[in-house]
Design a protein around this ligand. Structure first.
Ligand SMILES: *[C@@H]1O[C@H](CO)[C@@H](O)[C@H](O)[C@H]1NC(C)=O
Ligand SMILES: *[C@@H]1O[C@H](CO)[C@@H](O)[C@H](O)[C@H]1NC(C)=O
Length: 223
């Protein structure tokens, strides 16, 4: 009985700790905190988020954006283009704990494996057909083929990718993320194209590749 009780206590303590660790963005303390996009870049005051304008100056247009209205140019190495709302192009989202993205795909375009350290993501396929997948922390792949209208959740912080499997037609997806600043770390760039570079020996050993192979990958990725 004694042991059972303390086990439960430990269980709830751990649960409490976990909840602290996976907290989303902090709750707003006001109706809104429209980002002051005029605050200078080289400012000397840094806060968690963007400073607010005087709430009396907020207008409906602060809560609207056309940032996702235009098709992104997909004529690049990966054949995709991600447009994201930010406090700059949508000042009203400041402190609201969310962001939206539009992903345009060329035929066979990909969004390479990447992770968002601060957000879970839900993606809806608007047009075309997209193969999506995430990898859990024991390297099991959860993958699904989405058709227009289908949605998929990428759990917070897990590596995931999107792929327009169609060789002929472009595709479009829209995503919601539960952070105003989700962050994105591309596995390929974070490994091979950092500045300064991760020491060669570390990457060679981690990937079991030769110096020549490493140099080639670095060159391909502009590292
Ligand atoms: C995405 O599209 C925009 C608008 O066409 C363009 O300015 C930008 O360079 C594109 N980004 C990439 C990575 O191709
Ligand atoms: C990852 O998924 C596999 C397959 O469902 C499962 O066996 C494993 O326990 C999962 N790992 C975690 C950390 O959830």
């Amino acid at each position: 009985m004694e042991t059972g009780g303390s086990l439960w206590l430990i269980f709830f303590l751990c649960l409490g700790l976990l909840q602290v660790r996976v907290k989303p963005d902090p709750d707003p303390l006001q109706d809104y905190c429209v980002a002051d996009t005029t605050s200078p870049q080289g400012r000397d005051l840094f806060i968690n988020g963007a400073p607010c304008i005087n709430p009396a100056m907020a207008t409906p247009s602060h809560f609207a954006t056309s940032a996702l209205a235009m098709r992104g140019n997909t004529a690049n190495q990966v054949g995709s283009n991600v447009s994201l709302t930010t406090t700059r192009n949508l000042p009203g989202l400041n402190t609201q704990g969310l962001a939206m993205a539009r992903v345009d795909f060329a035929a066979r375009g990909i969004v390479p494996p990447h992770a968002h350290p601060r957000a879970s993501e839900v993606t809806i396929c608007i047009q075309g057909s997209i193969l999506v997948g995430f990898i859990n922390t024991t390297n099991h792949l959860f993958t699904q083929q989405l058709r227009a209208g289908d949605s998929f959740v990428f759990p917070k912080g897990l590596v995931h990718f999107l792929y327009n499997v169609d060789a002929m037609t472009p595709a479009v997806a829209v995503a919601g993320l539960n952070s105003q600043n989700p962050g994105a770390q591309l596995v390929s760039l974070a490994t091979f194209a950092t500045k300064p570079a991760i020491p060669d020996e570390v990457v060679e050993r981690a990937f079991q590749i030769t110096g020549q192979e490493l140099a080639r990958i670095r060159k391909n990725l502009g590292g």
